[in-house]
Design a protein. Structure first.
Lengths: 188, 188, 188, 188
DNA sequence: CATGAATGAGGTTTCATTCAT
DNA sequence: GATGAATGAAACCTCATTCAT
């Protein structure tokens, strides 16, 4: 995962993976058919990790605004703690999701979040605190995008803006900003 | 650009580039030192393209809400029309912006947009239509992120959600959604 | 060694080396970092060979004139039998000894000959058979040079003088000549 | 000549030669058929240079010991002043004198030195100052070899002996040494 | 006399993968 | 379960040379 995360699928080296793993290169082929199968395994693991974490969220037991705030914070922190998730996804998108499409495992562990977010939005609308007509898929993508893009594109953004966007203060400001944008949009 | 966009820096092949360009492989080395120098040239060109397009925007002559809507639509359409910009940037971020940092050209053509967006936000606040305390850099990154992530991660998102997010209808819905999110956040 | 000897460092071909060695080209890179590292290994081996041979000389157990004659004959025969030593050295000198300077191995196996030759000269001087004031380093270089130049530059010398200087008779005459020059100089 | 001298025939680059000459690469091909023809031209020029210089020697007008001393000093100084001569010759020998053999020009300008040296040796023998039975070709090669090897192999020798053999003092000592060796051998 | 553009052949090196044990 | 040795295909890059003007 580390090798793929830092170098991408194409840039990763079997030699590098073997060394990081402390095993002989040949052993990798004992367990995995080829490099792409190994990549898929890494991808599946990162998806499993995030699904696992999502299960702790319990959005259904919170009042709607709090639930959304929690989802935002969770997303932000997970991406921050798991940069390999971002780079693995970028690699997979470069390959037009060809591995993901083959993966039974990932298809089986579909996220409950969109469903849960839909419920939260509906509750909020009924309570009169949220606006109506919000597509939970789009909102989910927006929350993800607001966090993902900032972190994934950090090197170019920091360079272009001449500002260290990974500094602790910049990071906490970003979380506040994302929360304000989403809540500002949702709240009546 | 096309080759780098589809395959990434590591995956692109000099042979492929030569073929697409209709020239001898050797000729590429006549003009460019090596693959990375060529990549940087492609990157610089895409930056030049977007800066060129930005100059047509004239945000300063519009009333604040209209100016923001225009910036959003511009960003969305540019990304949609120039998918290579997204993948080149992803490649560059995978390499921690190492080429960009070396590029005098890119540093010289810094975007006027953040400055202009700051002016628009200030005007809107004085007019009483926009909320105060908005950092233009963060808002700019948010607008970009809302569009970028949807398009760049489209293959995995479409797969995960089991929904064709590149269908024309989905695309126009996305633009509306982004606009609503940003305006919902900004407007008092 | 054979390939480097015949073609020089620049002219040697990895393909040629692989073929001579009867192995796959790729295997060479399994054991050696690159062409220059392989060249250094060849160079180190030739040095090891001559040092090994030098150890059999036992100059210290001979009377001085005999010791010098033996050193001359040894030098001559070693060069004659190991033409690759001459060409490898020429290559290395063309590169200003840059590989040799990096080589721990060669530095560690410094020749005992200069020391031994110094002892022999001193003994001869005390016995009254040799002249005094002879720098063993210069004498060593002279013995080497008298042999080396004749053999290394044989193609051009034979061409210029219109005389086959590699003919057996010419070779034995050369050894006699070198011996006479050195002994004529040394003996009182 | 400079490029060939520093890099050898194989290592020299047409680009490098063009740059040093301050002309377009194509122009070289206007005057010379190919790289080897250019190399031959360089080689011929260095030979012409040394023949030109030899003509100033006038050995026949000096008494024998003085004539030999002068030849030694001349050889030493010429090699020292023209290091390119040494490296060009080394290259040519690596190629087994194949260019030299083709060269009409070099064959036509055969050195008068061996003939002259033969005369000097004969005069010296008749005067009773020189030993008899000295082959002028071998002596000529010896004088050359004593100088050539020291200079041509200087990088490796300096490295092996851990001593800067190109220092001014070392150089003047070398000339003295060579002179002593040759005169010590020749004089009765 | 002079040059910028272009090229084919071939060079070193890399890399995923397999063999043999 | 584990490994050192081996390999074919292909990658990037180099270089002498020629084309067109």
């Amino acid at each position: 995962m580390a090798e793929f995360a830092v170098k991408g699928l194409g840039g990763a080296r079997i030699d590098g993976i073997a060394e990081r793993a402390g095993v002989n290169k040949r052993l990798i082929y004992y367990y995995f058919d080829n490099k792409e199968a190994l990549f898929l395994a890494a991808l599946e693991t990162t998806y499993a990790d995030i699904r696992e974490a999502e299960r702790e969220l319990k959005l259904e037991s919170l009042d709607p605004p709090e639930a959304v705030r929690r989802l935002i914070a969770f997303t932000w922190k997970h991406y921050l703690k798991h940069p390999e998730f971002l780079t693995l996804l970028n690699s997979e998108n470069l390959h037009r999701a060809k591995h993901l499409k083959q993966s039974k495992r990932v298809r089986e562990m579909n996220s409950p979040l969109v469903q849960l977010l839909g419920d939260v939005l509906e509750r909020g609308r009924r309570d009169g605190v949220f606006r109506g007509g919000v597509d939970p898929v789009h909102l989910y993508i927006s929350i993800a995008g607001l966090a993902y893009f900032y972190l994934s594109n950090n090197p170019t953004l920091s360079t272009i803006f001449g500002r260290d966007l990974m500094a602790p203060k910049a990071l906490s400001e970003r979380l506040s900003h994302i929360t304000e944008v989403v809540m500002g949009y949702l709240l009546n």
